[in-house]
Every structure is written in C-alpha cells, then in structure tokens.
Design a protein around this ligand. Sequence first.
Ligand code: SF4
Length: 381
Amino acid sequence: MTETTKVNLLGLTQPQLEGFFESIGEKRFRAGQVMKWIHHFGVDDFEAMSNIGKALREKLKACAEIRGPEIVSQDISSDGTRKWVVRVASGSCVETVYIPQAGRGTLCVSSQAGCSLDCSFCSTGKQGFNSDLTAAEIIGQVWIANKSFGTVPAKIDRAVTNVVMMGMGEPLLNFDNAVAAMQIMMDDLGYGISKRKVTLSTSGVAPMIDELGKVIDVSLALSLHAPNDTLRDRLVPINRKYPLAVVLDACKRYISRLGEKRVLTVEYTLLKDVNDQPEHAAQMVELLRDVPCKINLIPFNPFPFSGYERPSNNAIRRFQDLLHQAGHNVTVRTTRGEDIDAACGQLVGQVMDRTRRSERHIAVRQLGDEAAPSPSAANRT
Ligand code: SF4
C-alpha cells in the first residue's frame, strides 16, 4: 500500500472511524481509543498509542495516517492572539486565528482556500476560489491550535473553547467536510465543545441552511452587510440568487429548530457612506423585526484597492445607537493584536504577497455572549 492510499484518520467522525476499524477487521471500540489519542492528546504517531497492541499499531501504520495541514508559520501576538498559516493538499494556504479572552479561547477556522462568492468588500473573495478543505484540514486547524498549547487531557482547560467557521471560504459550499469537522469539534471523543460554542457563518446559501438544520445544531451567523436587496446584490452577490426574504426565512427555520432561546447572529460590516447611514439602520430594524437575533457591527478594515473606507467612530456609534433604541442587542467589534497579521478578510492576499500588507490588526468583536461571536478579523464574516 502506498503513502497516498493511506486513510487520514484526523478528519473521520466517530461513526466513520468505527466503520474504518470494521473495514480492517477490528473492533469498533478502537475508534474511541484512537480519537482520544488524536484529539485529546494531539498524537500523530500510532507508536505513542500505548493502549493499542503492537500488532494493531503496525497494521494502522500500514494503512492509515494522522496528518494535519502543514504549518507554514505561526505568530503569537503580545496580547496572546495566535495566527497560523497552513498549507493544504491543493498547495494553497489558509489562515487560522486564535483569540484568547477571559475564560475562553475562540478559534476562527477556514473552510475553503479562497472563495467563489466575491463579496465586494472581502479580500479573500477577490482571490477567487482555490479549493475546498477536507474535513481533516478543517479539524486540523483546531488540532494544531490545541497542540500549540501542549498536551491537554480531555475537557481540562482546553485552549480552544469556541470555534467560529468564519475564516476563509463559505462553509455551506463545502458542506460535508464542514459538517464532519464540526461534529468532531462537538464530540466528547473529539474536542467536546458545546453546540452553542460552535458557530457557522454563512453569506446566505439558503437551501444549505435548511440542509444544515437536518444534520447539526450549531449556532448560526448570517453575513448580512446590507439591509435591502438592491444594496446587498452589490455587496454580497449571492444575494441575487437567494434574496434577503429567502435567506432570512431559512435562518428563522434553522433557529426555530434549535429552540432553547437561541438566536441568529447577524454580521454587518460598516462601510463608510455605503451602508452606515441612519436609513440603513432603520431598514435593518424593519428587516429583522421578527428575527430572533443579536447584531455584530464590524467597522470595515481597509485593504489596498478595496474601494471602501471605514466609517468614523461617530457614524459607528450612531448606527449602533439606532439599533439599540429599537431594542436590539448590538456589539461593535474591536481591534487588537497589532504585532502580527491575522486579518481573515485579507488573508489570501497576505499569504500570496506579504509586501502588500497595509494593516496589522486582528479585529475581534467583543465577546459578551455564549454563542462565540466571530473573532475573524477584518471583513470576512
Ligand atoms: S465575505 Fe465570506 S462569502 Fe464573501 S467572499 Fe469573503 S469569504 Fe467568501
């Protein structure tokens, strides 16, 4: 058997791993043992699995592997924020950002290298689509992040307590792999993260929101960015296919399935003189009138040739106040981590051409709720 035919166990869910062990003539319970070694202890060498006999270890070495994406670089900010550039099998690079805050650590995970959706304010979108990440490459980002803090037994002071699928790419367009990775995140044999603390962010792929609701109950965030179809058609082109009414209906269906007073997170990047005016706030209030939600405002983080500007602090405050006055729970994302580069909306450009970097900010929203709002930097939401 050659290297290329080995099964990468890193990206297998528990049922898939049980199926794998059955397929090689072994007991299904081996799956639990191996998952713990992989995800609880960060092991990638079968030889280290001391509760597995030598014969099985040899068998596994012959037909399987545990392989995360290749780490190209790791930066640690003076404020504790960490950023990894990792190379995936397609040869593309993606980035992962870890944001530590009091009592929690949130990891922003990428699901695709590049993105096909071309949101007009997003640098990742401007790079175009390169490849889907495999489930192993998605969960591998969590694996790498936790490993960077050393070996930690299950559920004891894990570094990553929250995950937001808000890095590069549209996770609902890489559905199966994103779902598998999130299942491993939530599995006690994986990372044991609460369903409330795993958040998938979508630009509004309405049919897949319904599909998501059939298979998983993670928290949901919608990248709204415009309060009417005319403007959203321009800023978030997928809106031409799935307009606001269709997307919000799908979000409401998803949220209502979750029950337990869970709400939609609405992401809204504020662009100076484009979507930051009082009439936009008024339209947003009307649009979200019957949507259980909280709103995260994201002041635009400029990048070269974007054509957009960040609104003034006064304009940001005015917009927030108007939403507050209408009874919405609104947070404004803050920036931090000036000593490393981690702007997700600008990630591909930075990886491809570091000389073009003009911004050195990690932007994180204020994390004041339990649904793990995005730390994803800049303008990728
Ligand atoms: S904002 Fe998200 S969906 Fe839009 S282009 Fe960027 S990565 Fe893709």
